[in-house]
Design a protein around this ligand. Structure first.
Ligand code: SF4
Ligand code: SF4
Length: 393
């Protein structure tokens, strides 16, 4: 196993274990199977295990397995606070204490504000006293590193990073999302500030393995490199030295073995011009299936009425890659789960953005398509509850 460093100089394995996708039995994590997979990973040097308060019984299963096997001291636990449910620091305290109990530990190595998508929300948490709460938890040794997981827009990432002295962050990143959400720009910025970056959704929940269109599969197959689709996606990430750790939800021995092999073999900047050309071909093939030719460049931003134009288009385009359900979920998270919604329907048709689009996209009419695809009853219901419960303000 290869390692990169966290902010304190501690080694973090390139491959992290994502604990959201353990095999379930009767709705519960299959403890025996998970234990075998975890032990095999630890023996091979994996030391970063990622879970969250909201991942069903994942935290409890991990706690049981760590206690039963005695491996707690050999691994680092990353888990997440549902900050969007916290109306006070005492609520945060309750979640935190529950998490310690579930995980059967006295400290969390990497603690994340779950889905913290803009600096405004962080400012609100600060007003509730979170800065002091974190300071106390770190001083007592109960939290070793504090960070956040991110699904917001490219433009909101830097202000959030600058709003606090974070120890690390977690972003969604893969060769399709190179210019959406935090994106390459966000990754480079975090790295320039000395922040370790953990990667989630490296293969878009498996869609970059099982959901590739025929032309994308052909581009990989014809490359002569003999790599699996997963290997292409993981190597593309790991060869970027700004990335600290890539999470993979490994629920089979075969998947674990393959990921371990790649994490051992990969080298920084190993991609040749030919490799990059293959990735471009694959991306083009995926984009060819997409409806709106938006590159995510952001020249159309900011919209004076708050529409997140690139994100609206990238969510819409993902319908063809991952299906409507996951695209809608992304659209809800990125447009509603923030203090001021950034929905496509906020467009007033002023036309300012279209003057700046190098792709000459008829942004106003395309936003209408996005709005009618996504902003139906499910979206409005989600928006109603998010506002009513004031989850994000
Ligand atoms: S046309 Fe719509 S999306 Fe474009 S700047 Fe005006 S309000 Fe914003
Ligand atoms: S300027 Fe055009 S291509 Fe660039 S993000 Fe905006 S809509 Fe997309």
């Amino acid at each position: 196993m290869q390692y990169r460093k966290d902010k304190n100089g501690e080694p973090v394995s390139l491959l992290g274990f994502g604990c959201m996708r353990f095999t379930k039995r009767a709705g519960m994590v299959d403890r025996d199977k998970a234990q075998k997979e975890i032990l095999a990973a630890v023996e091979a040097g994996v030391n970063y295990f990622d879970t969250a308060y909201i991942y069903g019984d994942s935290e409890s299963a991990l706690g049981e397995i760590f206690e039963r096997t005695g491996i707690r001291d050999r691994i680092r636990i990353a888990t997440k606070l549902p900050q969007y449910l916290c109306k006070s620091v005492s609520a945060a305290d309750k979640y935190f204490e529950t998490q310690l109990k579930r995980l059967r530990t006295d400290h969390i190595d990497y603690y994340l504000m779950h889905m913290l998508n803009d600096a405004e929300r962080w400012q609100h948490l600060e007003e509730l006293g979170f800065r002091e709460w974190i300071r106390e938890k770190k001083a007592s040794g109960q939290i070793k590193n504090i960070g956040f997981s991110y699904h917001g827009s490219t433009e909101n990432f830097k202000p959030l990073l600058d709003a606090y002295d974070w120890d690390f962050c977690m972003i969604q990143y893969n060769y399709v999302d190179e210019h959406s959400q935090a994106g390459r720009a966000g990754l480079e910025y975090a790295h320039s500030k000395g922040l370790p970056v953990i990667i989630m959704e490296p293969l878009r929940g498996g869609k970059l393995v099982n959901g590739l269109p025929p032309a994308a599969r052909a581009a990989f197959d014809d490359s002569g490199r003999g790599r699996s689709y997963a290997e292409w996606g993981l190597r593309w990430l790991w060869q970027q030295p700004e990335i600290t750790c890539v999470l993979s939800g490994m629920n089979s021995e075969e998947m674990l073995r393959e990921n371990l092999r790649i994490a051992d073999e990969v080298r920084e900047w190993e991609f040749t011009d030919e490799d990059n050309a293959v990735i471009r071909k694959v991306r083009d093939a995926i984009a060819g299936e997409m409806q709106i030719p938006c590159t995510g460049c952001g020249y159309c931003m900011p919209c004076p009425h708050g529409v997140d134009i690139p994100l609206s288009f990238s969510s819409y385009n993902k319908i063809s890659l991952g299906g409507k359900r996951s695209a809608l979920w992304e659209y809800i998270q990125c447009t509603l789960c923030r203090k001021t919604p950034t929905s496509a329907s906020r467009c007033t048709g002023c036309g300012l953005c279209e003057r700046h689009c190098p792709q000459q996209i008829p942004i106003r009419s395309e936003l209408k398509k996005v709005s009618s695809a996504f902003e139906g009853i499910k979206y409005r219901t989600a928006g109603f509850f998010i506002r009513k419960l004031k989850l994000w303000s």
